[in-house]
Write a protein that binds this ligand. Structure first.
Ligand code: PMP
Ligand code: GLU
Length: 395
């Protein structure tokens, strides 16, 4: 009865990452030995010291509605984190805690975008950006990049994409899916372009900040005085703290945007889960060194998977500097027929790997770049080695 549904929902694409993960789960339930490298989810458990904070919160009877924009103590911990890690100063009225960074992004889109406003998305971008923008009646404008610039947008490309309708620029650094990181100098060069267009608001998604392999230091757009008042810094605990299911994300933003997000949330969720919020206070207050063991593991796996993939003909990989994805260009396979299956594009290629190698990946089309597929290496060394060996065998 889809004719009873709104145009809005009928036009909405399902999340390709979650859809692929669901498909892998289904096939596994049918008894297939699927290795899931589609979902960006750490294979670690939430650290014990964070779990204990949640258990304590349950026993301490944290069970009522929280302030819509988050507990005051959590906002304080976020403010301290922003100062400690990013040299950013925010006041409590500039912080909003949400149900994941995903909802934080949704809030910002709803708060800032009017019908027809253009939102610049350097490609590849995180899968949900374009649909979140479309849900707000905005127009995603893709800025193509390639492996030759490490999938990073140049200032010239940014300037060329700006029109009188441009309202926002959204990017993630470290980038999901390419793992690229904009250095402070590169961000400054982009800011120099934006300086000429004061109507443009920037969304800087820094959720992979701590998953950084030490090549390029993390930098925030809001660190520049001339960008601070028009940058929304998005972050969350899902990735670095292995807390995907706890669903806590947050923003530091110009006060008028934070207030708008708070108002929206007040009508939509009444705020994020109380126990998860209490646990995140501990996650953020403890030294970042406590989660380094996970980053070290991701770092070893990155070397492993790059080594293995670079041994397959037709895979061209950039060297990810952060996050836990590789984003190989597999366009060399397009037009070929593999075991009777014609590969026309990245979706065909990803599906071929699922059906023939029992390995779940995500098509690059979902991230605005059709030459690549995304492979998550937040999996065990054994799974990574077996997955790549299976991929090699079916190619
Ligand atoms: N931004 C990026 C770049 C992501 O990869 C993700 C996926 N977790 C999110 C935002 C959303 O994060 P959360 O799970 O906190 O909603
Ligand atoms: N962000 C993760 C990913 O890109 C989780 C899935 C999602 O939230 O869409 O795979």
């Amino acid at each position: 009865m889809s004719n009873h549904l709104s145009e809005r929902i009928n036009n909405l694409a399902p999340s390709a990452t979650l859809e692929m993960a669901a498909k892998a789960r289904e096939l596994r339930a049918e008894g297939k030995d699927i290795i899931g490298l589609s979902l960006g989810e750490p294979d670690f458990n939430t650290p014990d010291y964070i779990k204990e904070a949640a258990i304590k919160a349950v026993n301490d009877d944290y069970n009522s509605y929280t302030p819509v924009d988050g507990y005051a103590e959590l906002k304080k911990a976020i403010i301290t984190k922003f100062k400690r890690d990013n040299n950013l100063s925010y006041s409590p009225s500039q912080i909003v805690v949400s149900t994941g960074a995903k909802q934080a992004l949704y809030n910002v889109a709803q708060a800032c975008i009017n019908k027809g406003d253009e939102v610049l998305l350097p490609c590849p971008y995180w899968v949900s950006y374009s649909d979140i923008v479309k849900l707000a009646d905005g127009v995603p404008v893709e800025i193509a990049t390639s492996i030759d610039t490490d999938f990073k947008m140049t200032p010239e490309q940014l300037e060329a994409a700006i029109t009188p309708k441009t309202k926002m620029l959204w990017y993630s650094s470290p980038c999901n899916p390419s793992g690229s990181i904009y250095s402070k100098e590169e961000l400054r060069a982009l800011a120099d372009v934006l300086k000429k267009y004061p109507q443009i608001i920037v969304v800087s998604d820094e959720i992979y900040e701590h998953i950084n392999y030490g090549v390029t230091a993390h930098a925030s757009m809001a660190e520049f005085d001339d960008m601070y008042d028009r940058t929304v810094t998005v972050n969350g605990v899902a990735k670095a703290f292995a807390m995907t299911g706890w669903r806590i994300g947050y923003i530091g933003a110009p006060e008028y945007i934070a207030r708008a997000c708070n108002k929206l949330q007040g009508q939509v969720t009444s705020g994020a889960n109380c126990i998860a919020q209490r646990a995140v206070i501990t996650a953020l207050e403890e030294p970042v060194s406590r989660i380094q063991y996970m980053v070290d593991k991701f770092s070893e796996r990155r070397v492993l998977i790059l080594d293995l993939l670079n041994n397959i003909d037709g895979f061209k990989c950039n060297e990810p500097e952060g996050a836990f994805y590789v984003y190989p260009d597999v366009s060399a396979y397009f037009g070929k027929t593999l075991n009777g299956t014609k590969i026309n594009n990245a979706s065909d290629f990803s599906m071929y790997l699922l059906e023939n190698a029992n390995v779940a990946t995500v098509t690059g089309d979902a991230f605005g770049n059709g030459n690549c597929i995304r492979i998550s290496y937040a999996a065990s060394e054994k799974e990574i080695t077996e997955a790549v060996s299976r991929i090699k065998a079916v190619l």
